[in-house]
Design a protein around this ligand. Structure first.
Ligand code: AMP
Length: 213
């Protein structure tokens, strides 16, 4: 059974995906991470993607769907994928259905982390991600953990698209383009809404209880 972690940028999808990976033996499939990997490799595609991401624009469905297909068809991940940042529009949701049914797989749960725009702004402005272990910390809320980070604090980097103007535009795109995906799934899949503004541990325990049923 695959899972979709759904919510606006900064809802905590990546953080919670890492806990699910550890506890439930899942594989996190973050399309944002796949795109950033391509940017890091400085391929021709990577250069195009970087411009889009930096400006808060979506990568094309064609690019994202190709990257996604490579992971879905990997037998190691079969029926144990947690989708983080995908689908981001209704066409991507339809594409996901097609690929999954082609490979006899399903979506078991959608977990919707709902967070207000005000909280998202605070979270994203302080977000730092480790370029070695992918852990995410916040420069305002996790000062001690940053100093003690096992990989060394020099590995904690801010994303270029985590600035105020880009956040506002990413949030608007989420409301217009991504949120309608919930309607697409509402009658098909178990959908659970969780308050994404709650403490990280509380959200994790709610997700655990949903996944253990
Ligand atoms: P994220 O790491 O999920 O916040 O994604 C970072 C950026 O990557 C987004 O703002 C988009 O520019 C791009 N991106 C990630 N996932 C997708 C997707 N499913 N479709 C299109 N663009 C995406």
């Amino acid at each position: 059974m695959n899972i979709i972690l759904f919510g606006p940028p900064g809802a905590g999808k990546g953080t919670q995906a890492q806990f699910i990976v550890q506890k439930h033996n899942y594989f996190q499939l973050s399309t944002g991470d796949l795109l950033r990997k391509e940017v890091k490799l400085k391929t021709t595609l990577g250069v195009q993607i970087e411009k889009l991401i930096t400006n808060g624009k979506f990568a094309s469905d064609e690019i994202v769907n190709t990257l996604l297909r490579q992971s879905i068809t990997n037998l190691k991940f079969r029926d144990r994928i947690i989708f983080d940042g995908y689908p981001r529009n209704v066409d991507q949701a339809k594409n996901l259905e097609l690929i999954l049914s082609e490979f006899n797989q399903t979506i078991g749960h959608i977990i919707f982390l709902n967070v207000s725009k005000e909280i998202i702004e605070k979270r994203i402005m302080g977000r730092m991600t480790c370029d070695r272990c992918n852990m995410t910390l916040n420069e305002f809320f996790n000062k001690d953990q940053i100093e003690l980070h096992p990989c060394g604090k020099e590995h904690l980097k801010k994303r270029k698209d985590d600035n105020f103007d880009v956040i506002v535009s990413r949030y608007d795109t989420y409301m217009k383009t991504t949120k309608p995906v919930l309607d697409f799934y509402s009658k098909k899949v178990n959908l659970t809404e969780i308050d994404g503004a709650a403490e990280i541990e509380l959200i994790t325990s709610k997700i655990n209880s949903v996944l253990n049923v």
